[in-house]
Ligand binder design. Structure first.
Ligand code: AVI
Length: 320
């Protein structure tokens, strides 16, 4: 039997804009229910993701950091100093900040969907690096975007670490990178982190850690959805499921109903059978060659790659 919830989950007022509500409810009503992974990142979700990055099982963050530590000077030679560094999905801005001493950007433009989280991070960073101009932008990068005029047009270098590109399906990744390229200037570039295909057991553990931080990260999406669409998801009725799907070359995250249940929101409802799932995230894994090919399809030319000794992760540079 399920433990009773501490408080009854009552439908509340929707706080998302009508387009957001429509997008989420369409996904919930689809035969295979699915939600965009961007809804994993409310303020708590962003903090849980920070915690994931510290887990021993979650190798991408520390492996990428080791690549930057070992090859930083080489990377800086390739990227060049004095650029406009545009950090796509910046989060706490820590990765870019660790490269400031080597890359010495003229302007730093962190972009993230979570405005509150971003503003806090940039506030702290301004005090540490008073000589770098900083313009934080709260933008949703999942659709078309155009950088505002305050972003210096000279030598725009896009920084997209952490293999966040893996959260797009390959055709979406190509479309996204094309949009990035449209925003790049002459001599602009892209410095991107890519998670590579490896043993399934390593991947499974990275997305289903022993102390349940990734489970909390995934389940927290239901609280966020309740806030956005006024639904009555009871988090205790759901469980985290994650596994590597080798055929699709991706780790999938789902939320699985522990029991038969009905979720209600102001304009609708959905019944879930026991074991039925909501597909919440994909994290695609590549080879160096398959990713260079994807870059080429987006109009970028990959001209350098750095990896760790085990070949688990790659940092690639591409010219626009
Ligand atoms: C942000 N993104 C690259 C992470 C990933 O590995 O796909 C999100 C994540 N999901 C579960 N753990 C981490």
């Amino acid at each position: 039997a399920l433990p009773p919830s501490a408080a009854p989950a009552l439908p509340c007022t929707a706080h998302g804009d009508p387009a957001t509500v429509a997008e989420i409810t369409r996904g919930l009503l689809a035969r295979q229910a699915a939600t965009s992974p961007k809804y994993l990142y409310d303020s708590l979700g962003s903090r849980l993701f920070e915690a994931i990055c510290e887990l021993p099982e979650y190798y991408p963050t520390r492996t990428e950091a080791a690549i930057f530590a070992r090859h930083g000077e080489d990377i800086a030679r390739r990227v060049g100093t004095g650029a406009t560094l545009i950090d796509l999905g910046a989060g706490n801005c820590a990765k870019a900040a660790s490269l400031f001493p080597l890359l010495r950007p003229k302007q730093y433009v962190p972009i993230d969907i979570s405005r509150e989280f971003l503003n806090e991070a940039v506030g702290r960073l301004r005090q540490r690096f008073p000589d770098i101009a900083m313009n934080a932008l709260a933008l949703d990068l999942s659709g078309p975007f155009m950088l505002p005029a305050e972003v210096a047009p000279q030598r725009r270098v896009f920084f997209y670490p952490g293999s966040s590109i893996g959260n797009f399906a390959p055709h979406e990744a190509i479309a996204f990178l094309r949009r990035v390229r449209e925003n790049a200037s002459h001599y602009g570039g892209l410095l991107i982190g890519v998670d590579l295909i490896k043993d399934a057991a390593v991947l499974d553990a990275a997305y289903d850690d022993a102390i349940g931080v990734t489970a909390a990260f995934n389940l927290n999406m239901l609280r966020h959805l309740n806030h956005l669409i006024g639904s009555d998801f009871d988090v205790r009725q759901w469980q985290h499921v994650a596994f590597f799907n080798a055929e699709e070359s991706r780790v999938e995250m789902h939320l699985e109903a522990r029991t038969a249940l009905t979720v209600r929101w102001p304009e609708g409802e959905r019944h879930f059978a026991r074991g039925e799932r909501i597909h919440t995230e994909d994290s695609y894994k590549y080879t160096r060659d398959s990713f260079a090919d994807l870059l080429a399809q987006a109009g970028f030319h990959a001209d350098d790659v750095w990896t760790d000794t085990a070949g688990w992760f790659a940092v690639m540079h591409a010219r626009a």
